[in-house]
Design a protein around this ligand. Structure first.
Ligand code: ZN
Length: 229
């Protein structure tokens, strides 16, 4: 069961906040924080559960990110250390080919970023402060192998810059979450993958993936049903 999983209001996400990740997708490094949102319904606890993800809309990519939980109303001049009461690691799951199609048309990203279960989040812990978290490596393992690792100090836009920007343009208050962007190493999710999140050497979340291939809706008797257990 979820332990102390906070009530969630707005879910803000920062795109392209690590130089190597922007480059791996061929994107320019932005000159101000690039924000998008997920519905709060996208959030699911990553505490050992199996979560179901879309399996028929192209690749679902994982993006491990530090998630900040806002504990009080923003006021001009407030520091991140006063504003953020807890933190976790989360995965900004992304339908990458859908996103590429939306980008090409100039359409909003909701279909690529906001689908159900697209925001699994591990255990929240008290936020120890910007200085204490800056150099701690956070990472994602899939099936026992590390696929991504980052450090908050390598963010293009610092947590303070992000909260000030979000608050000024969109508002920020208790219960809001901010996904702060992913380091390099994103890649596709496969059916049955086991994800494990690490803050330093400590496990702080896990989940397994079930890709929904829509089998219940496809024709019966196609002759290839027994390929996977
Ligand atoms: Zn992301």
């Amino acid at each position: 069961m979820t332990k102390a999983f906070p009530e969630i209001k707005n879910v803000y996400c920062v795109g392209r906040n690590y130089r190597l990740h922007a480059e791996e997708l061929g994107n320019a490094v932005p000159d101000h924080p690039m924000l998008f949102m997920k519905p709060s319904h996208a959030v699911v606890a990553a505490e050992g559960e199996t979560i179901t993800l879309p399996g028929t809309s192209g690749e679902v990519h994982y993006e491990v990110e530090v998630v900040l939980h806002i504990g009080r109303s923003y006021e001009p001049g407030i520091s991140v250390n006063e504003l953020v009461d807890s933190m976790a690691l989360g995965i900004d799951l992304t339908l990458r080919s859908v996103q590429d199609g939306l980008k090409a048309k100039g359409h909003p990203w909701l279909a690529a970023k906001g689908f159900l279960n697209s925001a699994p989040i591990g255990e929240f812990r008290p936020f120890p402060g910007v200085e204490e978290t800056a150099a701690v490596p956070f990472s994602l393992n899939i099936n026992g192998s590390q696929v991504q690792q980052g450090r908050m100090v390598d963010m293009i836009f610092s947590p303070q810059t992000i909260v000030d920007f979000v608050a000024e343009h969109y508002g920020l208050g208790a219960g809001d979450l901010i996904f702060t962007g992913t380091p390099a190493g994103v890649g596709p999710v496969h059916d049955g993958d086991q994800f494990e999140l690490f803050w330093g050497n400590e496990t702080c979340g896990s989940l397994s993936v079930s890709l929904d291939n829509g089998r219940a809706e496809v024709s019966v008797g196609a002759g290839e049903s027994a390929g996977t257990p």
